[in-house]
Write a protein that binds this ligand. Sequence first.
Ligand SMILES: [Fe+2]
Ligand SMILES: [Fe+2]
Length: 169
Amino acid sequence: MDKIEILKRLQEEHKIIRNNITLANQRVNDLAVMSAASAIGVGMVFSSNGSLQGKPEKSQKAIDYIYDGLNRHFAFEEEYLPPLIEPAIMQGLKAEHEVIRAKLEKARSALTDIRMDSLKEEQILSWKNDIWHIMNSIYWTIERHASKEETILREMQKAMEENKTSGVF
Ligand SMILES: [Fe+2]
Ligand SMILES: [Fe+2]
């Protein structure tokens, strides 16, 4: 795969990731709000027996979807970027990949480990707020990481174009 193909693929994947993380963020927060409202009996009841079965599962699916997509993207970057960028910068990007993975795992366990029936109302509301904060933090960490990479990619592209006009390639 040549440099241009790598750059194009990464730019395309970033568009998809940005879109997916926005959707996952909304979905997880909506489901958390519904689960909390249902658990404390506010507004709507979501099943005849008041069961919350299935909702945290749906949120986990949204997280897993993002997690799998990001892991494939990170693996691609970690394989194809090292020959193209400075090792210290690559180390920094890899460290950020780990931070993002850890945050997604934290979100997953916040959704998986919850047992609504054993919680008081204020604990349920605080769980819902925690989910919001965790998802918000994931969103901005990915956004900052992607922006940083895009700056690097733009510089690579510029250097390639300059080299082309100066006859290096
Ligand atoms: Fe990355
Ligand atoms: Fe990336």
